[in-house]
Ligand binder design. Structure first.
Ligand SMILES: NC(=O)C1=CN([C@@H]2O[C@H](COP(=O)(O)OP(=O)(O)OC[C@H]3O[C@@H](n4cnc5c(N)ncnc54)[C@H](O)[C@@H]3O)[C@@H](O)[C@H]2O)C=CC1
Ligand SMILES: O=C(O)/C=C/C=C(\O)C(=O)O
Length: 521
């Protein structure tokens, strides 16, 4: 962080900068802009429908780096508590009229946002790839999902129905829902646009207003989203975006007594801090989607020649998609002993061919994260694990190491109680271990503080249900991974979180319900 006088940036300068960036919709144009500027891009907040810098004189600025090169990409203001309160005040002021709009009106606003995102798909993909380190191809997939987040909830609210019951001629009862209020929407750095819009879209659709805060590591797509909301003509104050870190900006946002609910995705320790900070505010809705250390159970029947390629492909994408930086990644692979040697061989061969660093595998998100993953790979060496693929990457700045590049790594001979099997590494690192029977497979799968997701690879229909129903995870994928229908409940068990989002489950997060009893006279 360094100090910079916010007054140096006029409102016009912020708008001019926004227009320049808005024109950079290819990697070439964006890179040339970043590397030709005498000073790094400065990202403002989006508050009350305008791009603005925080007014607090104590505002500091955070440097954000380009993972693929390690170069300084942009600087973001770290919003202080008084600037956060100001954004919340705008969201509160906007709430009465937004919460009274008709569903058709809100639907039209969301549809407009999704259309504009579609129109500027490549722009968002390019900057997301630059800012987060992911490949451009992966970034495009995530922009498509962001588009779906808005289009799904724009139609969901048009078709939702509430239940009414007649009680034996005594009463007619029905559920009446109203928007729960003003929300804090806090997202992580692994899928910045995808996950922030997964919160913003339902929040606005159900009539709430919000202050959103992206991760300080990847704020670029949230900034672009602010520009897009401005272009879409969303009423001022309905959605505000403040930039900043967790301890200052995030913590003051969630703790504010003017916030009615928090939807958070990120690390488990942060989820615990949020729960603690809001424990005395019983009325506050909390939806916490936290970390995972997800098992992938490979049964010998899934290595039958007829389905073997599919098994390997699913296990590999569950392990290495987005450099393993998805909380749903299957990073603990357990293989039935009869198929173990064959799986390890075929899996390693497939990953080496398909997940190629700098081509189909991007850089990890930050220097801090690089060092975290690297420390786990050093631990693997200390514990004498077998490296089938990958190695300890160089220290940054040593031997020409530039950018945060970590090759896919496959480990075996790792003890069940090793931190390599217990901790969420959140990078391109998997362990493979054998199991002898179904009972052991289930025990190993459940031997974790986390319970977010699991993959089950088998051709036995009875086993799909028998094993699937015993796995302690909010999401179990059988012979597939990351298949998503946005109406299904999404969230984790155990230390992977509390609450579910998606379709009617998002409605539970963003609305309050009262049951009306009308007498039958
Ligand atoms: N999607 C997931 O499941 C994610 C899991 N993680 C795990 O957590 C580890 C730590 O990563 P971090 O970057 O530290 O994640 P984090 O949980 O600190 O960051 C997520 C978001 O929470 C905000 N935040 C941090 N402290 C806060 C607080 N006290 N109150 C309110 N907001 C706060 C951050 O600014 C960011 O926007 C990762 O290595 C990974 O293992 C991290 C990010 C996403
Ligand atoms: O909603 C999805 O499809 C994926 C969500 C992924 C995360 O929440 C994550 O990686 O943190």
């Amino acid at each position: 962080m360094g100090n910079m006088n916010p007054q140096e940036w006029t409102r016009q300068a912020l708008l001019d900068c926004a227009e320049t960036i808005w024109d950079c919709n290819t990697l070439e144009k964006a890179s040339s802009l970043i590397h030709s500027r005498p000073t790094p891009i400065l990202l403002p907040n989006y508050v009350a429908g305008e791009l603005s810098l925080p007014s607090s004189t104590s505002t500091s600025f955070i440097n954000s780096y380009e993972p693929k090169t390690g170069a300084l990409l942009c600087r973001i203001p770290c919003a202080q508590p008084d600037d956060v309160e100001d954004a919340i005040r705008h969201a509160r002021d906007a709430f009465p009229s937004w919460s009274k709009t008709t569903r058709a009106e809100r639907s039209a606003h969301l549809r407009r946002v999704s259309e504009l995102l579609q129109e500027h798909r490549e722009l968002f993909a390019v900057w997301e790839s630059i800012d987060q380190g992911k490949t451009l191809e992966r970034a495009r997939i995530e922009v498509d999902r962001a588009i779906s987040n808005f289009s799904y909830f724009s139609t969901y609210i048009l078709h939702e129905q509430t239940a009414a019951r007649v009680i034996d001629g005594v009463a007619l009862t029905y559920e009446h829902r109203s928007p729960a209020g003003v929300f804090a929407l806090i997202s992580p750095w692994n899928m910045p646009l995808y996950l922030l819009t997964w919160k913003i879209a339902p929040c606005l659709a159900f009539g709430c207003t919000a202050v959103a805060k992206p991760s300080e590591v990847t704020s670029m797509s949230a900034y672009l989203l602010g520009i897009l909301f401005r272009k879409a003509g969303l009423p001022a104050g309905v959605i505000n975006i403040v930039l900043g870190d967790g301890p200052t900006t995030g913590a003051s946002l969630v703790a504010s007594s003017a916030i009615d609910g928090v939807s958070f995705t990120g690390g488990t320790q942060t989820g615990i801090a949020i729960r603690r900070a809001t424990a005395h505010q019983i009325r506050k809705h909390l939806s916490l989607e936290l970390g995972g250390k997800n098992p992938n159970l490979v049964f010998a029947d899934s290595m039958d020649p007829a389905v073997r390629d599919r098994t390997i492909r699913i296990a590999a994408s569950a392990a290495f998609e987005n450099q393993g930086e998805i909380c749903l990644c299957g990073s603990r692979i357990y293989v039935e002993r009869a198929a173990y040697p064959e799986f390890v061989r075929a899996f390693t061969e497939y990953v080496a061919k398909t997940y190629v660093l700098r081509t189909t595998v991007g850089a990890v998100a930050s220097e801090q994260h690089y060092n975290k993953i690297r420390s786990y790979l050093e631990l693997a060496v200390e514990e004498k694990a077998t490296f089938h693929l990958g190695s300890v990457p160089p220290q940054l700045g040593v031997n020409g190491a530039q950018g945060y590049w970590i090759a896919p790594t496959i480990l075996s001979d790792v003890a069940p109680d090793s931190r390599l099997q217990k901790d969420e590494i959140f990078g391109p690192v998997v362990t493979i271990s054998p199991f002898d029977d179904e009972e052991e497979a289930v025990r190993l799968a459940n031997e974790s503080e986390y319970g977010l997701a699991a993959v089950l690879l088998t051709t036995d229909g009875a086993r799909m249900r028998r094993v699937g129903e015993q796995i302690e995870a909010g999401l179990v994928w059988v012979n597939c991974w990351l298949v998503r229908e946005l109406g299904t409940p999404f969230g984790g068990m155990k230390n992977s979180g509390t609450g579910r989002e998606g379709g009617e489950y998002s409605r539970d997060v963003f609305t309050v319900v009262r049951t009306l009893h009308l007498p039958a006279y």
